[in-house]
Design a protein around this ligand. Structure first.
Ligand SMILES: *Cc1c(COP(=O)(O)O)cnc(C)c1O
Length: 391
């Protein structure tokens, strides 16, 4: 008999009743050090007082109104995001997937409005993840996500991650946009080298192609910059944001330049919940907190500290781990042992991590993790590796 919850997840036998900062707590009081953070979502940790206050204050005043009316919290969040980024305009969604939908629609609509409706092809890369909608799975293109869901949304070309020659060869007059994660998350914490992001920007400028960055996982201070592409000193035309921006409240966004957004005129897109007062009140509190240069510098410093400790871990457990990769507090342990075994063995040491493709274990702690918690995290991973070696 089918479970009453549609069985699309292999869930661990863990159930939490409370969260505090970097910790998740079970009903019996067992405390887990959370290096998953809801998959890079709870950027300020669990139950951050500023976010609790933003949410409860807004909940007492007004939960929801339609986008038929002015929503001051939404306007405020759009103003903050445009102030801190390349973007001139923002549309709010409820998830990363919906941000992908709009990014694709916006790019195609742009060329339609330019009188080039055939210019609709989008180039994407292997190992990428852009969400689970029809556009999202078509963009990522992996068999695992698309099999059985055809016919797929047409117009996507998939190139090997890092294959520059294939990219040059794939260019044609029908390319509307290139979509890429500056740091692949689900694909196994694979950062795109800065010079490659710069090269992509140049290529897009030369050929008039729109550049879409999917910063759903790597954005919102995760790498120690507000958005990961800032490390490379280049900006996209369109950017997808979600996960961390709500700190656990479901909200996403598409940011764009005025030019890239110019096809999206009155009535061309909408959302019932997107940008509602609750989500935007929390989003404002998150952005105010993480956009502070001192906060960003701390994320970068703590990322360096954690990485250094992880290098030591890898060196002392060569049968379990191969290498460390990533940026800031978006880190991956490339494993020798099966990554799912490492994640599972971690549960016995009260540490939560996330598997990714390429046999990588992801470490995506709250950006507020302390130095002491970083030390505890690596100790627990050490104990995890030792337990696996002894097994
Ligand atoms: C998680 C993720 C998405 C999808 O976001 P949802 O909120 O799960 O719909 C899209 N792109 C990237 C890079 C992601 O990590």
């Amino acid at each position: 008999m089918i479970p009453t919850l549609l069985p699309t997840y292999a869930r661990a036998p863990l159930s939490f009743v409370k969260g505090e900062g970097s910790w998740l707590i079970e009903a019996d009081g067992r405390r887990f050090l959370d290096l998953a953070a809801g998959i890079a979502v709870t950027a300020l940790g669990h139950a951050h007082p500023k976010l609790v206050k933003a949410l409860t204050d807004q909940a007492e005043a007004l939960w929801h109104v339609s986008n038929l009316y002015q929503i001051p919290q939404q306007q405020a969040l759009a103003d903050k995001l445009t102030e801190h980024t390349f973007a001139d305009t923002v549309f709010f969604t409820n998830s990363g997937t919906e941000a992908c939908e709009l990014a694709v629609k916006m790019a195609r609509k742009y060329w339609d409005a330019q009188g080039q409706p055939a210019r609709s092809e989008i180039i994407a890369f292997t190992g990428s993840f852009h969400g689970r909608s029809s556009a999202g799975i078509a963009a990522a293109g992996s068999d695992k996500m698309t099999k059985g869901f055809g016919p797929l949304l047409p117009g996507f070309t998939h190139l090997e991650f890092g294959d520059h020659d294939a990219l040059t060869a794939a260019l044609s007059d029908n390319i509307a946009a290139i979509i890429i994660e500056p740091v692949q998350g689900e694909g196994g914490i694979r950062p795109v080298p800065d010079q490659c992001l710069k090269g992509l920007r140049d290529l897009c400028d030369t050929h008039g192609i729109l550049l879409i960055f999917d910063e759903v996982q790597c954005g919102v201070a995760r790498t120690g910059k507000l958005f990961a592409h800032e490390w490379a000193g280049v900006a996209p035309d369109i950017m997808m944001v979600a996960k961390g921006i709500g700190g656990g409240f479901p909200i996403g966004a598409v940011l764009a330049t005025e030019e890239a957004a110019s096809g999206m005129t009155l009535g061309t897109h909408g959302s019932t919940y997107g940008g509602n007062p609750l989500g935007c009140a929390v989003g404002c509190a998150v952005v105010d907190h993480v956009a502070d240069p001192a906060f960003l510098a701390e994320v970068a410093r703590k990322g360096g500290l954690m990485r250094q400790k992880l290098e030591g871990l890898v060196a002392s457990h060569p049968d379990i781990f191969e290498s460390v990769r990533g940026s800031g507090l978006m880190l991956g342990l490339k494993c020798v042992a099966p990554n799912v075994d490492v994640v599972q063995a971690g549960y016995d040491q009260n540490v939560l991590t996330v598997p990714a493709a390429d046999n990588v274990v992801r470490l995506l702690p709250a950006l507020t993790i302390t130095d002491d918690e970083i030390a505890q995290a690596v100790d627990r991973l050490e104990a995890t590796a030792s337990a696996l070696e002894a097994a």
